[in-house]
Every structure is written in C-alpha cells, then in structure tokens.
Ligand binder design. Structure first.
Ligand SMILES: O=P(O)(O)O[C@H]1O[C@H](CO)[C@@H](O)[C@H]1O
Ligand SMILES: O=c1cc[nH]c(=O)[nH]1
Length: 243
C-alpha cells in the first residue's frame, strides 16, 4: 500500500536499498542504474528503482536529520525494504582525516532527538555486521586509505561541540560527524532489518577545516568512491540473498 510520504507500492521497491540525504545524490546514482524508474518524487524524497549489474535495487532520499530519515526508513520497511546502506557525507573528527577521505561507520553515537523514542539512549547504535563487513571488503578493494570506526550522529549542524568534548572524541578515535546513521541503525535494529553506512568527508570539524570550497573536486571524488562502494556492496548482498 502506498505510504504517507513515499507514494509508491511494494512492487516499486527492492528489498536492497541505498539511502542518501541529498536528492541530487539520488539522481546522480540513478544514472548508474539500468532502467531506473522514479517511483516517488513527493516532498522531493526521490526514490528510484532499477538494475545494478542485473540486480534490482532501490535508491531513496531521506532528507536531512533523524526525523525525516526515520519516516522514510519506516515507510521503506513497510514497502518491503530489508537491507539498507546509507551513502552520505560527513565532517571528519579524527585529525588524520580530511576532505576526500571515505569513512565506514561501525556504530554511531546517538546525539539525536528521534531515536530515544524507539530505544533508550543507552542502547547502542551498531551497524549490521554482514553489511559492514561487505562495505569494508569492497572499500579495501576500491580505495587504499579506507577508514572505519565509530561516528557521531547529531541534530544541530551549526552548533559545534565544545572543545573539551571534541578532545574526548578525538582521544576515543571517533572518526566523523553526520546526522542520520544513528537513526538508520536504531530504526533498523528496532524493526528487524539490516543497515550499514559510509560517508565521503567534506572537511574536518576538529581541525576547523569545514567545507573548503577549493576542495570541491576532492569531495566529489570521495562522493563517487562512496557511491561506487555502496552500490557494489548492495549488489553483492543482493546477489548473496542476505535477508
Ligand atoms: O550528504 P547527506 O547524506 O545529506 O549527509 C550529511 O549532509 C547533511 C548536512 O549537510 C546531513 O544530512 C548530513 O548527515
Ligand atoms: O553533518 C555533517 C555533514 C557533513 N559535514 C559535516 O561537517 N557535518
């Protein structure tokens, strides 16, 4: 049955889904599919389904932040989504990382207001092991300097963490900050589906090197790497029939 925001039917959605925040990234990725069909454009939450190397996959836009992401994920699960990979952007925190790097999340610090409505804040937001292992395998084959570890999912993009807290994150080897993976992991855990996430870095918030416009090309290359890793991973998981 068509959902309240994702206005398409179950037959329009593959169980294997790529999630992106930015609708332009969804459009860009749809061009890498054969026979891509736009199955939802309501609220600019573009959803495409098509073939990647012969496997039927869906690419869906979550919008920015946990509330929008939870809505989209819930509705995709209602429509039959089973395995999810978020292909996003993030700001580095690990001082070794900068624009152009790609990070795979093994888990997320849940600094958002949505997920405590699902599971208490002490419940860990952990990426699915099989999905993450596939992402890391593909990542290592694709990019020599792939990094993986814990990230932070926050709500307030324009409110930086206090220096003291940031130093603790660096000491604890937190890799990056973004806004949706914690929600994707918790909603997936709660609803009994699997999820992983990876990000192209657009700067480093700890080093206060945020979104340097002269590095746009480096970001685009990292975004392409993240897109290719995400697509290859979801293809392998679909081919293996991971449920
Ligand atoms: O590039 P996307 O996937 O949107 O991800 C990141 O970019 C947005 C902020 O600019 C937030 O959604 C954040 O998580
Ligand atoms: O949430 C985000 C996304 C990209 N870059 C950041 O610094 N934060």
């Amino acid at each position: 049955m068509a959902q309240f925001h994702i206005r398409c039917e179950s037959e329009d959605i593959s169980p294997y889904v790529i999630l992106v925040g930015n609708p332009q990234r969804a459009e860009k990725m749809s061009k890498l599919l054969d026979n891509a069909k736009l199955v939802n454009e309501y609220r600019l939450l573009y959803v495409y389904t098509g073939l990647y190397k012969g496997e039927r996959i869906t690419i869906a836009t979550t919008g920015m932040g946990a509330p929008s992401t939870a809505i989209v994920l819930e509705e995709l699960i209602n429509l039959g989504g089973k395995v999810f990979i978020r292909v996003g952007s993030a700001g580095g925190i690990d001082p070794q990382l900068n624009v152009g790097d790609v990070v795979i999340a093994t888990g997320s610090i849940r600094d958002d207001g949505t997920t405590p409505n699902y599971l208490r804040p002490t419940f860990p937001a952990i990426a699915d092991f099989d999905v993450t292992k596939t992402l890391i395998d593909v990542g290592k084959e694709t990019k020599s300097n792939i990094t993986y570890g814990v990230v932070i999912s926050q709500d307030a993009f324009y409110v930086p963490y206090p220096d003291e807290e940031m130093e603790k994150f660096v000491k604890a080897k937190v890799k990056a900050v973004e806004m949706e993976s914690g929600c994707v992991f918790i909603v997936s855990q709660y609803r009994g589906v699997r999820a992983g996430a990876l990000f192209a870095l657009d700067g480093n918030v700890y080093l206060k090197k945020m979104k340097p416009f002269d590095a746009e090309e480096l970001f685009k290359r990292a975004e392409e790497d993240a897109i290719n890793i995400g697509l290859e991973a979801i293809y392998r998981l679909s081919k293996a029939g991971l449920k």
